[in-house]
Design a protein around this ligand. Structure first.
Ligand code: FES
Length: 252
């Protein structure tokens, strides 16, 4: 159903006066997020090939009840909610997903489907996006486990060593850290809500922290995508090594 714009002309989904190829921006989001969602779901449900030697897939860490004493399904399902909730409520991903999957709107100055009543994020289910600040704390906890895993990845049964998998896991956790610590909620927490640093307790250290987080925050979209790729590729690498399709090369 079409509706009238403020100028009195009829608007439909996708109608716009923009002359550029605005739709190109949403295509990679649909392909990458769609592909990642399918891959991550299949891997989480698979319940095997998630560890090899000192390596463990980020989809399965922390590993809970791997021997199925009380949980009969894949252990990844037990922890999936934390990282998924953090990503799904991320301010950047919200913008990208609303545009790519809900066309709400598809891009700046491009019409969304007509007949929708705009309520922003004030009504269910989108009001749940406000949980993002709490998912941030959960994400930091997960990060601690992943750093622990990354350190363990350098210790093989015969002692310290460096394998390709060790480096893959290290790069992954570094990228996840940059993504997590560039979060808008963290920036608000350390100083984004302040008008005057010198007027508040711990002003100078908070100002320094705010500058670092702001530097990361300006590149939040970059970290979001790079860390998404690194999580998927780290899991894929460990799956291939664990299932015998690939041999882990020991560098040292
Ligand atoms: S805003 Fe993206 S992780 Fe917090």
């Amino acid at each position: 159903m079409a509706e009238l714009s403020t100028t009195g002309s009829v608007t439909r989904l996708g109608s716009t006066q923009r002359q550029d190829s605005w739709w190109i921006e949403i295509l990679p989001v649909i392909m990458v997020m769609g592909g990642f969602s399918v891959y991550a779901t299949l891997r989480a449900l698979e319940g095997k090939f998630y560890e090899w030697g000192p390596y463990i897939s980020p989809f399965y860490s922390p590993l809970i009840d791997a021997n199925h004493h009380w949980w009969p399904f894949s252990p990844a399902i037990l922890i999936l909610g934390g990282p998924l909730g953090f990503r799904a409520t991320c301010y950047y991903y919200r913008k990208a997903l609303y545009r790519a999957f809900l066309f709400d709107p598809p891009a700046c100055a491009v019409s969304e489907p007509s007949g929708r009543k705009y309520s922003g994020e004030t009504a269910f289910p989108f009001v749940l996006q406000n949980l993002h600040r709490y998912f941030f704390y959960l994400a930091v906890l997960f990060l601690c486990f992943l750093w622990y895993d990354a350190v363990l990845a350098f210790f093989f049964p015969e002692g310290f060593g460096i394998g390709v998998g060790s480096l893959v896991m290290l790069v992954n956790v570094v990228l996840l850290s940059t993504y997590t610590f560039s979060c808008h909620s963290l920036r608000h927490l350390v100083g984004g809500k302040l008008d005057c640093f010198s007027c508040t307790a711990f002003g100078p250290p908070r100002h320094s922290a705010w500058r670092v987080v702001s530097f990361l925050n300006e590149r939040h979209m970059l970290w979001a995508w790079m860390s998404l790729f690194s999580v998927g590729l780290t899991d894929l690498y460990i799956r291939l090594v664990s299932s015998g399709y690939l041999k882990d090369i020991r560098i040292l």
